[in-house]
Write a protein that binds this ligand. Structure first.
Ligand code: HEC
Length: 153
């Protein structure tokens, strides 16, 4: 009897923890601020990590355009691959829980698009197609920047 009560308690505790974690995973650690954009609250080091990833995205965009301009598809592939899913794989769970679901989805769609651009360049797709995909991908950068900012806790 006693052990089954303990077991029920453990299960309820587990469900509550899972629900709290799930709530954070979807909502993230956010705050409304003045102006148009919502703020995501991060530790200074976490904010710096996300911003570093952002500078990587800008570097990849520059590399893709430079490669297309020179018709150097190896450079295009290399620049795009640097911001592919592989570059996002090592983000820790605590940080992931602070990022809202819509932010994660937009972010992952950009990393996936970078992998697709790398593949297209490696398989000899026409430059115009790659330029078109990059242009569509940049709309996601613009949309996310219009919606969110990062603040240090
Ligand atoms: C999922 C959302 C999201 C996407 C997608 C996204 N960004 Fe960002 N980016 C942000 C946020 C939020 C900031 C911080 C803005 C602030 O706090 O004012 C930022 C900041 C930056 C910065 C400034 C970095 C620094 O050191 O201050 C650069 C550069 C940047 N992004 C480039 C890009 C490029 C290029 C892309 C697309 C290829 C992109 N970002 C896609 C959310 C995003």
């Amino acid at each position: 009897m006693k052990t089954s009560k303990l077991a029920s308690f453990a299960i309820i505790l587990w469900i509550v923890s899972a629900a709290v974690f799930g709530w954070f995973f979807i909502k993230g650690n956010t705050a409304a601020v003045e102006g148009q954009r919502n703020a995501i609250m991060l530790q200074p080091a976490e904010r710096e990590l996300v911003l570093m990833e952002m500078r990587g995205l800008l570097g990849s965009t520059q590399g893709i355009l430079a490669g297309l301009d020179k018709k150097d598809m190896a450079e295009v592939a290399q620049a795009a691959r640097a911001s592919g899913m592989g570059s996002a794989a090592d983000v820790n769970p605590a940080l992931m829980a602070k990022l809202p679901m819509s932010f994660k989805e937009l972010g992952m769609s950009v990393h996936r698009a970078m992998d697709e651009i790398a593949q297209d360049a490696a398989s000899g797709k026409p430059a115009a197609d790659i330029l078109n995909k990059l242009s569509n991908t940049l709309s996601s950068c613009v949309a996310c920047h219009a919606a969110w900012q990062l603040k240090s806790e």
